[in-house]
Ligand binder design. Structure first.
Ligand SMILES: NC(=O)c1ccc[n+]([C@@H]2O[C@H](COP(=O)([O-])OP(=O)(O)OC[C@H]3O[C@@H](n4cnc5c(N)ncnc54)[C@H](O)[C@@H]3O)[C@@H](O)[C@H]2O)c1
Length: 269
């Protein structure tokens, strides 16, 4: 399916790893011009590699999304290098690195960093990128939520709460931006094997004696078998495919939505 994204500038924040990296690659494969922003110092090299593989123009920069002035400067730098930004996908997020079950296994202080990146970082991105899109009357935002934000997940309570908050803020964004022909949606993955997922596993098994800890694969297979009707992992590419579809004009009437690519884990009606 031609998504007509050729030469449109797409920015992926958190694009140096996992779902974000697959998203940057998918935009590039569709001919979009791609910028990767990530706190990982390898962001520029990763973006350059995508450029070499696909022959699209790319930009890579180090960014901590919790620093609003830095996000604002990144918008200017990208637009000077590549042109006006059309699509923004924010895949940057962290977990607490600790396991809930119950929530008091964490301390209130454990919430601060998670909310700082996952919700306040997203707010910074919304504020920094919206003015240009509004002025040009063109654009799409995509924020990563999670099934954890939809089901009161006990796994990592601050992470779950941050993902519920992003759903609500994106609905607000979608309403405010709609008169300006700018869309905003949330995509909720289920179980995707990435460095973030490996850290969730580590937090979950940390309290068990070493000889009683399941392997990562055993832990994931049990969880997926219990919770995911399709009984399989979602891949970063599964998520990226939906992200680039939602960015494209094929989804031009989709805004303010929360869409799951989760193997059927959470079903709404
Ligand atoms: N992996 C899953 O199963 C899963 C499930 C549901 C939701 N998600 C969501 O998908 C998104 C991507 O997750 P992933 O699994 O690919 O994780 P990941 O850890 O592989 O990638 C996240 C990227 O975000 C970057 N990042 C973190 N904090 C940042 C900051 N302050 N500023 C800039 N960059 C920052 C990291 O450096 C990393 O490159 C996240 O929003 C996550 O919550 C993932």
């Amino acid at each position: 399916m031609d998504l007509n994204l050729t030469n449109q500038v797409a920015v992926v924040i958190g694009g140096a790893s996992g779902i974000g990296l697959a998203t940057a690659q998918a935009f590039a494969a569709e001919g979009a011009v791609v910028a990767i922003l990530d706190r990982n110092p390898a962001a520029a090299e990763i973006a350059a590699e995508i450029g070499r593989e696909t022959s699209v123009a790319t930009y890579g920069g180090i960014l901590d999304a919790t620093d609003f002035e830095a996000v604002r400067r990144a918008v200017d730098d990208i637009e000077a290098a590549l042109g006006p930004v059309v699509h923004v996908a924010n895949t940057a997020a962290i977990g607490s690195g600790k396991g809930g079950f119950p929530f008091w296994n964490l301390q209130p202080e454990d919430w601060r960093a998670v909310l700082g990146v996952n919700i306040l970082g997203a707010v910074n991105i919304a504020h920094a990128f919206s003015p240009g899109m509004v002025e040009r009357r063109q654009g799409s935002f995509l924020f990563l939520g999670s099934v954890a934000g939809q089901i009161g997940s006990q796994t990592d309570p601050p992470y779950s709460a941050s993902k519920a908050a992003i759903l609500n803020f994106v609905q607000c964004m979608a309403k405010d931006l709609a008169p300006h022909n700018v869309r905003a949606n949330v995509l909720n993955p289920g179980m995707v094997s990435t460095p973030l997922q490996a850290r969730v596993y580590a937090g979950q098994v940390a309290h068990l004696p070493v000889d009683q800890r399941p392997s990562y694969e055993e832990w994931a297979a049990e969880k997926i078998g219990r919770l995911v009707p399709l009984n399989r992992w979602q891949t970063p590419e599964d998520i990226a495919n939906m992200i680039i579809f939602l960015a494209s004009d094929r989804a031009r009437n989709v805004t303010g939505q929360s869409i799951n690519v989760d193997g059927g884990w959470v079903m709404h009606w």
